[in-house]
Design a protein around this ligand. Structure first.
Ligand code: URA
Ligand code: CA
Length: 433
């Protein structure tokens, strides 16, 4: 097979065979296909798109480019969850123990990653002693025993994706649905879950800003998952403002504790029920989404959910007493209130700007090497639709530096207050099966 012939075929909009796609991905991963030919391939895909079958074959070839996690020794249907990324998204911290509390195994692999705040692993490390670097055998043992364990990513998963993603970044081919969908799904499939719930964010703080694009991406990922033999559901949720109130690592752990007790922010609670019920349904522990929601509400109300979180913390060497005494979590030296300048109703909170404000405080990593300050971040006291009076606090800043003028400016820049009453935005836009 010659790469030039495959390129010609895709350029002309013809469908590639499984063998041709495998040739491209294997060749590029092992260096036989050079960057210039792969660049041409990516641009051809950008303009000519791919059929569902091509997308499934592309994803499978990327999965096969590296290690795959074997979870077969864990009893039951293993359900994973993935979010396309947002600001203050605390759902994984809540969903892992919550879904485990009703009997669905959640062997969770999580990353640190770059972003406005740390990843789930960083957040958990704000609990003293919590170990995420555990051996694969321990990970499996703990999941069988407690139904939940969290491990940091290790191994060489989807090297093809890493290499292709770097090339997309410099060839203006990041924004192509078949490439985005295969990139995300290859990582999920290589992580070994039997079924997947996708939280596809939409809005100003999301990777996909319009509902139309978000739906298209969700459809593409659901088709790939199902086509690769992993039952997949996509929930399209709002990211026009940060989720919940807290944006920051230890602050989000506290918010997760509140939500597991049934005392969390309404939007975060609702989204966790929407995503969690679909995890329970795919995990075959409920016959309907409604029944699954009731089971999760019951786990929260009975205290089972928060108990499972404590069990998970203790099992991984962490100090579970923080659950009843969250003041033991890392705490910043200073707090500042950002006060409303006028009366009215909050009409906009640009999520991305809030994320940047949190990262200016040190809540997130700017480069892979940066250190995170687990104590710092923001707590939103007002969300879209809320009434505010001049002088009331919009946001509380938790900081380890005394001068936060840059952060305050960012926050004022992200909030808009209008004189008229504002409709609250929907939290869930669509569910894709
Ligand atoms: N996230 C990914 O993992 N891959 C993409 O292509 C885009 C977002
Ligand atoms: Ca939050």
């Amino acid at each position: 097979m010659r790469m030039v012939d495959v390129l010609e075929k895709k350029r002309d909009g013809l469908e590639l065979t499984k063998e041709e796609i495998e040739f491209v991905i294997e060749g590029y991963t092992n260096g036989e296909v050079p960057d210039y030919q792969m660049s041409a391939f990516l641009m051809a895909v950008y303009f000519q798109d791919m059929t569902t079958e091509e997308r499934v074959n592309l994803t499978k070839a990327m999965v096969e480019s590296g290690d795959q996690v074997d979870l077969s020794e864990i009893d039951g249907v293993k359900v994973d969850k993935h979010s396309t990324g947002g600001v203050g998204d605390t759902t994984t911290l809540i969903l892992a123990p919550l879904v485990a509390a009703v009997g669905v195994p959640v062997p969770k692999m999580s990353g640190r990653g770059l972003g406005h705040t740390g990843g789930t692993v960083d957040k958990l490390e704000s609990i003293a002693g919590f170990q995420v670097e555990i051996e694969p055998e321990t990970f499996i043992e703990l999941t069988n025993k407690n139904k939940v364990a969290v491990v940091g990513q290790s191994g060489n998963l989807t090297p093809a994706d890493k290499k292709i993603y770097s090339l997309r970044d410099v060839t203006a081919t990041v924004n192509a649905i078949p490439l985005i969908a295969s990139s995300i799904m290859s990582k999920k499939i290589a992580s070994g879950a039997d079924a997947i719930v996708l939280d596809v964010k939409t809005g100003s703080g999301a990777f996909m800003k319009t509902l139309e694009d978000s739906k298209e991406l969700a459809h593409a990922m659901v088709q790939i998952g199902n086509g690769a033999g992993r039952e997949t559901i996509g929930v399209i949720s709002d990211m026009n403002q940060p989720l919940g109130f807290a944006v920051g690592n230890a602050l989000e752990v506290k918010e997760a504790i509140d939500t597991l007790r049934g005392e969390g922010p309404v939007d975060l609670h609702e989204l966790c029920l929407e995503l969690g019920s679909r995890m329970v349904y795919l995990g075959k522990k409920a016959d309907s989404i409604e029944q699954a929601k009731e089971m999760l509400e019951e786990a929260i109300n009975s205290g089972k959910a928060i108990e499972t979180f404590k069990t998970m913390i203790t099992a991984q060497g962490g100090d579970a007493s923080i659950v009843d005494a969250p003041e033991k979590l890392p705490k910043s030296s200073y707090t500042f209130e950002v006060e409303a300048k006028e009366d009215g109703f909050v009409s906009e909170i640009i999520a991305n700007e809030i994320g940047i404000a949190a990262s200016l405080l040190g809540a997130g990593r700017l480069t892979k090497e940066s250190e995170i300050d687990l104590a710092v971040g923001l707590v939103l006291n007002k969300k879209i639709g809320d009434e505010v009076k001049k002088g009331e606090s919009l946001v509380t800043i938790h900081s380890n530096r005394e001068d936060v003028k840059d952060v305050i400016d960012k926050i004022y820049g992200s909030y808009s207050v209008s004189k008229e009453k504002i409709e609250k935005k929907p939290l869930i836009y669509d569910v894709i099966y």
